[in-house]
Design a protein. Structure first.
Length: 121
């Protein structure tokens, strides 16, 4: 079966707005999503990161660069500030080529498990 572009979602949280925490949590999330879906950098088309308004100490994309994903286009954006939404949250969407018949495995870690308990492993 041929490959097609798939979207892999994920989210995590940090205990506080600290650059090292943002980098560590983002790297953990990326590692989980990449491993769960058997991806290589050559498979990845792009990664979109969002962060809630209470995270401003570091760009989540820096974690991807630190992991060697230098050839993957990355962008960071703000999550819309909805009342009652999960604080200190980093989300991602990886666009990657994967076999069309392989199930996508989404990654929800830490407190973000409650965002999509139906998708959390």
């Amino acid at each position: 079966m041929s490959d097609r572009v798939r979207a892999i979602r994920g989210a995590t949280t940090v205990p506080r707005d600290d650059a090292d925490e943002v980098l560590s949590a983002t790297a953990e999330l990326l590692d989980d999503a990449i491993a769960a879906n058997g991806l290589t950098p050559d498979d990845m088309v792009s990664i979109i990161f969002t962060a809630t308004n209470d995270i401003s100490s570091q760009f989540p994309a820096v974690a991807a660069r630190n992991m060697g994903l230098a050839t993957v286009p990355l962008i960071c954006a703000r999550e819309i500030p909805v009342d009652g939404s999960l604080p200190l949250c980093i989300r991602l969407m990886i666009h990657a080529y994967m076999p069309a018949d392989r199930a996508v495995s989404h990654s929800y870690l830490r407190e973000a498990v409650r965002l999509r308990d139906d998708l959390a492993r």
